[in-house]
Write a protein that binds this ligand. Structure first.
Ligand code: SF4
Length: 235
């Protein structure tokens, strides 16, 4: 049955068009590709030494936003427009990764200054969950109530280690509390069940999660070494 013959499908389609028109207004677009000022290396509060994840130094980036209401991932049917990203460079090292190219050199100067390349660092967005809270609060009630599917992440793995899984769980809990949305999480980590365990089960929150797992390549170890012999498109 198509939308011409099914009234509820037709109503949903009209609602969706209306919501997307509203997103494309300046007020609600909130693109997460805006530049923030240069970042800094994250230091351990106790030792004063630089924090690392899977051996990579962690950089905090002063991004202006986390939520992108009008991402290109609508066309991949992964979401209804919104995506959220808590970081910009991943804990993994997949050789096929497109994220550096998609960053359009945003971090190139900073990394050059420190003699590092993109795959040698983890970049996190400073106060990411708080920025997300502010962005969600600014959305209209229509957008918050619309049955959107928000997708994460287009730039990093959502559960690269315990700390990152905790941060993603906090962001998801916030979205579930403040909106009517479903959340699609795609990960290459075996920590996805741990991430979900950190999200409260109340109010059917877990039923609003769509989870996917694929194969990722760590920065060292056997999987890394065997990568050149794998068929393409393994992810
Ligand atoms: S897990 Fe995804 S974002 Fe991370 S390196 Fe691999 S392809 Fe890139």
């Amino acid at each position: 049955m198509n939308q011409e013959t099914n009234p509820s499908l037709k109503a949903t389609d009209e609602l969706f068009r209306e919501a997307m028109q509203s997103i494309s207004t300046k007020k609600e677009k909130m693109d997460d590709t805006e530049d923030g000022p240069p970042g800094e290396f994250l230091l351990d509060g106790k030792t004063g030494k630089g924090v690392t994840i899977h051996g990579k130094p962690v950089i905090l980036w002063y991004a202006k936003s986390v939520l992108n209401m009008n991402s290109g991932f609508l066309h991949k049917h992964l979401c209804t427009g919104p995506t959220f990203n808590l970081g910009d460079a991943c804990a993994y090292c997949c050789p096929y990764c497109y994220v550096e190219a998609a960053a359009h050199g945003r971090f190139a100067e900073f990394l050059k200054q420190h003699d590092l390349n993109f795959q040698e660092v983890v970049i996190r967005r400073q106060n990411a969950v708080e920025i997300l809270r502010r962005q969600l609060a600014k959305l209209s009630a229509k957008q918050r109530d619309f049955p959107h599917v928000v997708y994460s992440s287009t730039t990093v793995d959502v559960a690269g280690n315990v700390e990152l899984a905790k941060e993603t769980a906090a962001a998801c809990t916030l979205i579930l509390e403040m909106t009517n949305w479903e959340i699609r999480l795609l990960s290459k980590s075996n920590m996805l069940p741990y991430l979900v365990s950190l999200i409260p089960k109340k109010d059917n929150y877990h039923k609003r999660l769509i989870l996917g797992v694929s194969t990722g390549i760590p920065c060292s170890g056997t999987m890394r070494w065997t990568w050149p012999f794998w068929p393409t498109g393994t992810s």
